[in-house]
Design a protein around this ligand. Sequence first.
Ligand code: TXE
Length: 488
Amino acid sequence: MQEYKMLIDGKWVSAKSGKTRDITDPANGDLLAKVPESNSEDAKLAIEAARRAFDSGEWRKTSAQARGKLLFKVSQAIMNHFDKFVEMEVRDCGKPRREAEFDVTDAANCFEYYGGLATKIHGQTMQTPDGSVSLIVREPIGVCGQIVPWNYPLLMSCWKLAPALAAGNCLVLKPSELTPLSALELGKIFTEVGFPPGVVNIITGPGAGAGEELASNPLVDKVAFTGGTVTGKKVMENATHNIKNVTLELGGKNPILVFEDCNFESAVDWTLFAAFANQGEVCSAGSRLLVQKSIHRKFVDELVKRVPRIKLGHGLAEGVLMGPLVSAAHRDKVESYIKIGLAEGAKLLCGGKRPEGAEYAKGNFVEPTIFDHVTPNMRIAREEIFGPVLSVIPFETEEEAIALANDSEYGLAAGVFTSNLTRGHRVINQLRAGITWINNYHPTYNEMPWGGYKQSGIGRELGLFGIEAYLETKQINIWMDDNPIGWY
Ligand code: TXE
């Protein structure tokens, strides 16, 4: 068991109240660490430190080359501590080792990508009608509050930190109170590689208090949030006090459209991965399977046949492919949706309960669950469950599939399975979603924009769009005539 402090103004400090929170392993309840339980008072100190660091100009005037090189060092340091980060992510949030290995590699690559982009930020020159020399320059936004969820603690932190720092911003990051450990370890890297004090501040604590302060404090210029849609709305409301720049990455109820002309074997594989990777605790999880009636029975039978291959257990144990849910409270939420599905008349094909056996007794496990004969108005077809629960809805025609797919308040991700590439494009073109795949599901690229339509969010992370989200735009007009204008 380790006791952590949080990073404010280059120093490792406790919460002003002296309070701490126990961080436990969701697979067995083991106590992993104690972390400071900050509140709005601590958040204010962190914000003020970031404000001073930004206003001093030290970081934003550091050359892009030097900023980029520091980001490369962070990338390298993450890889140097690869095993530590993998184990920490598994223990802190419950994911299987194989998935944590992907996350840590991606996190390091994210810093490398934005380290490279730091030197590619550039403006434009414009021709104006009166002959002025007009320039458009890009500048950092200022102080950023960054609020991160518990399902990809390290990766989501890096998606926010790397572009903000490449662009020259100073920031306060708050990981989820459930999974703060990898962000605090990352904090050690920032001090080691030589970031000036106050540029990166990392506070731990709950949304009420610390998170709300980041969203509402007038010294913060931008708030970037990933989490549930209900919380996202509160963040947006709080950000109105000083008209903050806001980026939101929220929930999804993402459709997978499987047509009868798909590559059957491959579509079955990807569907299971879409629904059950990271225990289904993924904003882009494929949680609604729309499958053409002609292959519905065969497809669903094959899914159910393969589900027993998904071995549950502690993410560090050999061969485990699905871990526990992040907390007992979250398991309660997922189980309540299973009850709702049964009460609504959906047909439970597999799962729907906790696995039996002593090894599961102290963890928040739920078996991979598939509901068939789901109708579009059922709550399990409309609401984000954020667990290993797949809802199957059959369809007859392409038009019907598109209408069903778009019949959601969300618009984050979608996948289409067909051997007919024309159909694939035709369907994708009509889907209201920001992240789409044809004949696969889930691959995510640091180079490609991530974000959703409708209530799945505002703005994009990653890629060139991700750095845009941390830049202001200034016009500079230079008058070329020294004579007075003689207006008055
Ligand atoms: O997340 P919250 P919760 C969905 C998923 C889940 C539901 C609730 O459906 O069941 O959200 O999960 C901080 N002001 N997603 O309650 O509340 C909080 O401390 C500022 C989807 O665990 O969204 C944490 O750091 N911040 C999702 C972060 O917000 C606040 C990932 C996320 O917590 C705050 C996670 C406030 N008022 C859950 N309240 C995705 N899109 O990937 C909380 N926070």
